[in-house]
Design a protein around this ligand. Structure first.
Ligand SMILES: Nc1ncnc2c1ncn2[C@@H]1O[C@H](COP(=O)(O)OP(=O)(O)OP(=O)(O)O)[C@@H](O)[C@H]1O
Ligand SMILES: [Mg+2]
Length: 384
């Protein structure tokens, strides 16, 4: 039987995707060598960005799988080495990132940004409660506060202490009720301290949270975004081409303008829109009368305009607000409350709309489209 050529093996290796960089190992220059023996054995050496790469076995399996499909291949051997500093430098430059990820998010199956066009619509409340609802459904979950100026995860998830650093020099997230892993800038600040960083520092902080935190294996990592569609979402899009966006809105039909802004952002950063949650969707009195305090229909309008599903309508609820202030999400405290039920439904919708395995076989858009360099100085609070 004919043996495959080096070109054919290289072509097959374009199907091996780095889960963090979302590009093939061929495009990333990570294929060090290919050797084809007369007996049909193919040996591939892959150069990793970091020696202790937690996703080595992913590369091992994916290379074997892709190469063994070729006709004439009897056996596949996979070996590893590490990119030289110079090679890493070239890769960083090509990708427009000051450094390469070290595998912190490699085992996170889904990264979901909870966003809105405007402030105060309940993004943080939804992030905390959805994370809890996903955990109740049996998923391993984490919540990352990307709202550096107005962080609220410590309060809403009831954890606040200085995180420890592991022997591998990774920051360990705190554990909240329900087994949720949490990270927030608030853990590193004196109480009530204001954060006054500008662009580059913000980028740096978010990057550290994504790359220097030991997230481990997670089914879902939810990111609580700051209000609006500014800098942070651009940073996230660049660092996380695999992230998806969940939009929170209130029921005013005027949400149309928000729809446009949110869609604009998603288009600009090239992230997939997952669905809409309508929050503050009517208030029902103990007597059963329903008042549509913030109007009606905005969530559906937004979902229709964006052509994505409306995952839930969460009512105005005093308990939901109280529990957010007390640090135990209502979904955990009272899973049967109407607001909890709506959020649990939305969580099930999220699960249905997202992959349950590491989506490692999908490549991202070509590198050139994402290469807007980001810069910054070491964050003082996180650098010790
Ligand atoms: N369905 C609801 N019923 C009652 N109160 C709610 C509801 N959703 C959110 N809240 C309350 O509204 C306030 C704003 O919510 P939250 O902080 O979650 O909004 P946000 O979109 O994260 O705001 P920001 O844009 O400032 O980050 C909080 O006090 C929260 O407890
Ligand atoms: Mg918030």
């Amino acid at each position: 039987m004919a043996l495959p050529s080096t070109e054919q093996v290289t072509e097959a290796l374009t199907g091996v995707i780095d889960p963090e960089l979302r590009r093939s190992i061929v495009e990333l220059g990570m294929v060090r060598s290919i050797q084809i023996s007369d007996a049909g054995r193919v040996d591939v050496t892959v150069s990793l960005t970091t020696p202790g790469c937690p996703i080595r076995s992913h590369f091992q399996n994916a290379v074997s799988q892709e190469v063994s499909r070729l006709e004439g291949v009897s056996d596949v051997g996979v070996a590893f080495d590490v990119l030289s500093d110079q090679e890493k430098g070239r890769l960083q430059e090509a990708l427009g990132r000051p450094r390469l990820p070290q595998g912190a998010l490699a085992q996170v199956k889904n990264v979901i940004c909870v966003a809105s066009g405007k402030g105060g619509v309940g993004k943080s409340t939804m992030t905390a409660n959805l994370t809890a609802a996903l955990a109740v459904e049996g998923n391993s979950t984490g919540a990352l506060d990307c709202d550096v100026y107005g962080y609220s995860m410590p309060r809403m998830l009831g954890v606040n202490s200085r995180p420890e650093v592991s022997s591998e020099r990774k920051i360990l997230p705190l554990d909240a009720a329900g087994g949720i892993k949490v990270m927030s800038i608030g853990f590193f600040l004196e109480p009530n301290a204001a954060v006054v960083w500008r662009g580059p520092m913000l980028h740096k902080a978010i990057q550290q949270f994504l790359e220097d935190v030991d997230w481990g294996e997670l089914d879902y990592l939810l990111l609580d975004l700051p209000p609006g569609t500014g800098d942070v979402s651009m940073t996230l899009a660049q660092l996380l081409p695999q992230a998806k966006i969940l939009i929170v809105t209130t029921p005013q039909p005027a949400a149309q303008s928000v729809a446009r802004r949110a869609a604009d952002m998603a288009g600009k950063v090239d992230l997939e829109l997952l669905g809409v949650i309508e929050n503050m969707s009517g208030f029902t009195t103990p007597g059963g009368d329903r008042f549509t305090i913030f109007g009606e229909g905005g969530g559906q309008l937004l979902a229709d305009e964006l052509d994505i599903p409306l995952l839930g309508k969460v009512p105005l609820s005093q308990e939901l607000r109280q529990q957010a202030d007390e640090g135990v999400p209502l979904v955990l405290k009272d899973p049967d409350a109407p607001a909890s039920q709506a959020i649990r439904d939305a969580a099930r919708g999220l699960v249905a709309a997202t992959p349950q395995e590491l989506p490692v076989m999908q490549a991202a858009a070509p590198a050139a489209e994402l290469a807007t360099p980001i810069s910054g100085t070491e964050l003082p609070v996180l650098s010790q």
